[in-house]
Ligand binder design. Structure first.
Ligand SMILES: Nc1ncnc2c1ncn2[C@@H]1O[C@H](COP(=O)(O)OP(=O)(O)OP(=O)(O)O)[C@@H](O)[C@H]1O
Ligand SMILES: [Mg+2]
Length: 358
């Protein structure tokens, strides 16, 4: 028999007086997974995490950790630790004592405290800084102390609620890589809450995109990026060009409402609907001169209305009469540039077309 998932939510709902923050959530997270809960402010991410940690009880539904029903169990009875956004280290305690705090409260022997604190400080690369106070550390180092403080208890699951929110962009990117390394090293399950799509894609094995208390799409980052299935996911996870159209019988051809057709792989077009939005990611579109027969099969004529050179790539806006403004990102592999007002064909491969219910 396969091992039970680390976390299972079954029809979990949380209602605050008359507001439903989390609605009928069902999901399973495999042991050892790096799972990201991604969504805009107010969609219910923290509430979900707090229910897993035991800080909030569901109004309905069941929560299981490693096969054990923990619904109603106090937080300290669950093998789960949480790193909150405001990681609130004790300012008067040293790094060592901040990390040791939970062990001391549980009256773990002095030798064991030294051993375990030493191990986790090594893991988060803070060896040598044991005697500093939090204010003598950088933001990223403080964040590492917060992670060490949670890991020292040897949880089987670590919950992280926007743990990098207070850091500037550069440090944030470093800590994303760092947290991923730590997770791989300790091999326990991480559930990471963020509203930053790039952060979720950088770190996670699986992303759940949450919207208004529900999970709209869940899967590997590439899978949900390439085939987002709903307009919300298409817009929230990266940028998309979306155009209204009507599907023909076999879902391989979509007639655009404003004229013209777009071809697609039928498996990326939702079944059972006629009205759809077809989409393509900006980096999947290339620009050609009109009449260039080497252009891929999906072709829309337009005029360049904006061109921004940003080093590795150039971002174009192309006004296409059928669909309006189309965003196109071109890698700067050669010196070919298109100029403002130039007539172009924006073209892409049918395999890169996806559809969402319109
Ligand atoms: N104790 C509470 N009482 C009433 N409403 C609450 C309570 N806690 C959360 N909510 C509401 O539930 C919704 C979800 O809140 P939650 O904190 O889970 O959002 P979030 O996705 O974590 O957002 P953010 O990205 O801003 O942290 C919000 O509309 C919030 O106002
Ligand atoms: Mg939150």
């Amino acid at each position: 028999m396969a091992a039970a998932p680390a976390i299972e939510l079954e029809h979990v709902t949380k209602t605050f007086t008359d507001f439903t923050a989390v609605e009928d959530l069902t999901l399973a997270i495999d042991d050892g997974h790096f799972f990201a809960l991604l969504g805009p402010s107010g969609c219910g991410k923290t509430t979900t995490l707090r229910m897993v940690g035991g800080f909030e009880e569901p109004t309905a539904g069941t929560i299981r950790l490693h096969g054990e029903n923990v619904t109603g169990l106090k937080p300290y009875r669950r093998l789960v630790n949480t790193v909150f956004q405001s990681y609130a280290l004790f300012p008067h305690l040293t790094v060592f004592e901040n990390v040791a705090f939970g062990l001391r409260r549980r009256e773990v022997s002095e030798g064991e405290v030294r051993k375990r604190v030493g191990e986790v400080l090594d893991l988060v690369q803070l060896t040598g800084r044991e005697n500093r106070k939090p204010r003598q550390l950088s933001g990223g180092q403080q964040q590492r102390v917060a992670v060490a403080r949670a890991l020292v208890n040897h949880p089987r699951v670590l919950l992280l609620d926007e743990p990098l929110g207070a850091l500037d962009l550069k440090l944030r990117k470093e800590m994303q890589i760092e947290l991923k390394r730590i997770q791989q090293e300790v091999g326990i399950t991480f559930v990471h809450v963020t509203h930053d799509q790039e952060e979720a894609m950088t770190m996670a094995d699986t992303i759940a995109v949450m919207h208004q208390g529900r999970i709209e799409r869940m899967g590997a980052p590439t899978e949900i990026y390439e085939d987002p299935r709903t307009a919300f996911v298409a817009g929230f996870l990266g940028a998309s060009n979306l155009m209204g159209g009507t599907v023909d019988g076999d879902r391989g051809t979509i007639a655009l409402s404003a004229g013209g057709v777009v071809y697609a792989d039928p498996k990326h077009i939702p079944a059972g609907v006629r009205e759809v939005l077809v989409g393509v990611r900006p980096e999947k579109v290339s620009l050609f001169l009109p009449g260039d027969e080497t252009a891929p099969r999906n072709r829309l004529r337009g005029k360049v209305t904006d061109a921004s050179f940003i080093g590795v790539s150039t971002h174009y806006l192309v006004h296409c009469p059928q669909v309006g403004e189309m965003a196109v990102v071109v890698q700067n592999l050669d010196d070919r540039r298109f100029s403002l007002g130039e007539d172009v064909v924006a073209a892409w491969n049918p395999d890169h077309t996806f559809g969402v219910a319109g």
